[in-house]
Design a protein around this ligand. Structure first.
Ligand code: ZN
Length: 473
């Protein structure tokens, strides 16, 4: 995209930083144990939002939704022209826990919201409260100016993204679907921030816009047999049987293929990359489903050497839990393991369970779907007006000295609950903040999560400007 001029949006940075710092102090944690849920943290955070953004709360309709626990927020900003298809901004309130044994590695208390050395620190400041607050700061500024959007804008702030969004995002998507919204013109949610070197092998500053997300399913593999005394073990123990099954499953990887979103990615990025490799990237960019040229095979072989890029090529298999035994001289009567899969399109739960059953080839092991599984999503249009408005806004705020490209998201966030439905195919995912390096990105779920104060100002400007640009879709 050419000819986009960089602009500066003036924001009340001191006030905004103070509000984000306060936001971090509410420990809106999503624990794996769903009974361990701090309702007070969420209630207090909601009350704080109402106090911090008075104009938003006076002008927009606010609903508190979720099933069975209602802690997700849905704001509706009525457009001047309700006939236009609406747009939706998504972000999540919850944060991952801070493990006790990592506390001493933090330079600042994780829930203190400290502002120091030019950074705002704390759990959730990057993932994902800076996006909630960037959206609300921008809306408050717009309301102050008497601005109203052309199309209706929805803001959805989920409560349980970090555990897959079964109570929040999924329920809000149900509600909006039932209200008869036929199609969103634009949905935006978090994904990768702007970072130099975010894609292995490409050192340039890059803004990746997710256009498709993989699915999610976890299976429990269980071996129930007879336990007993370890002085007289049978030929095969439950642990041994299950371990063999896991080994066989890991050896039976799903085949590699090139997802449509990866082809789109190389249509945009290919020309920016090394010239000698252009033929290979072109083969990927313009390759056809169901055919595999030698150059595409070469590409796959290269991508498969890195675990990040390899995950873009197939349904992944990750053994994440293994439980058996409580004492050194007791044979446990059961052994269980949990395997998490991130499916490509077409790899439905049935296909995956069938694959596992054939791979382990052992009827003694039971297989159970224990997840709120979601399928791989639709692919958003990388040539459509929503994508273009997003790219234009990125270049207006961060300039032209960066690569902007669509990509295939190997993780996934709450918007998958929208993008897996017919009413929201065009979901674009990017976390609208600039990070200095991949090292900074480690704060995502890690220690020393922090963002730069000045960059946060640009985040607010980004949301301010995209709201403007969405008028012209
Ligand atoms: Zn997140």
């Amino acid at each position: 995209m050419e000819g986009v001029e960089q602009i500066t949006i003036e924001v009340d940075l001191d006030g905004a930083v103070e509000r984000l710092s306060r936001a971090v102090q509410f420990p809106t944690i999503s624990n794996q144990d769903r009974n361990d849920f701090d309702t007070k943290a969420f209630d207090d955070y909601h009350a704080f939002l109402a106090e911090a953004y008075p104009k938003v709360h006076a002008s927009l309709k606010r609903e508190v939704l979720g099933d069975p626990r209602p802690y997700s927020l849905l704001y509706t900003w009525e457009g001047k022209n309700p006939d236009l298809p609406p747009a939706l901004f998504y972000a999540h309130q919850d944060v991952v826990p801070v493990p006790e044994d990592s506390l001493d590695q933090w330079d600042q208390e994780p829930f203190s919201g400290t502002v120091a050395d030019g950074y705002i620190w704390g759990r959730g400041v990057l993932d994902d409260k800076n996006q909630i607050h960037g959206i609300l700061e921008a809306a408050e500024m717009k309301l102050e100016e008497g601005w109203q959007p052309e199309r209706t804008l929805y803001f959805v702030f989920g409560q349980d993204e970090e555990v897959g969004g079964p109570e929040g995002a999924r329920y809000v998507a149900d509600v909006l679907e039932q209200r008869g919204i036929e199609r969103f013109a634009f949905v935006m949610d978090e994904s990768a921030p702007l970072i130099p070197g975010v894609l292995p092998g490409i050192p340039d500053n890059t803004a990746l816009i997710g256009i498709a997300q993989k699915g999610y399913i976890s299976l429990e593999l269980a071996m129930h047999g007879v336990g007993g005394h370890s002085s007289q073990p049978p030929e095969e123990t439950n642990i041994g049987i299950l371990a063999k099954a896991i080994t066989k499953l890991e050896a039976a990887q799903f085949p590699y293929r090139i997802h449509e979103a990866v082809r789109h990615q190389y249509r945009y990025m290919g020309p920016e990359l090394e010239e000698s490799r252009q033929p290979m990237f072109a083969a990927v960019a313009f390759g056809k489903e169901g055919e595999m040229t030698d150059l595409e095979k070469e590409f796959i072989a290269e991508m498969a050497t890195n675990q990040v890029t390899r995950a873009m090529l197939h349904t992944t298999i990750a053994v994440t839990m293994f439980n058996a035994g409580i004492k050194d001289n007791v044979l446990p009567p059961a052994a269980t393991a949990v395997v998490n899969f991130r499916p490509m399109p077409g790899d439905t739960p049935d296909v995956i369970i069938d694959h596992v059953r054939k791979a382990i080839d052992d009827d003694r092991i039971t297989i159970t779907d224990i997840s709120a599984s979601t399928p791989a999503t639709a692919v958003a249009d990388p040539d459509g007006p929503g994508y273009k408005a997003l790219e234009k806004t990125i270049r207006q705020i961060w300039g032209n000295d960066l690569i902007v490209a669509p990509f295939f998201v190997i993780g996934g966030s709450d918007s998958k609950h929208f993008q897996a439905r017919a009413f929201a195919p065009d979901v674009y995912t990017i976390t609208g903040i600039q990070l200095d390096s991949m090292k900074e990105f480690a704060g995502f779920h890690g220690v020393n999560e922090r963002i730069k104060v000045d960059e946060y100002g640009k985040t607010i400007g980004f949301f301010y400007q995209i709201m403007t640009n969405l008028d012209d879709l």
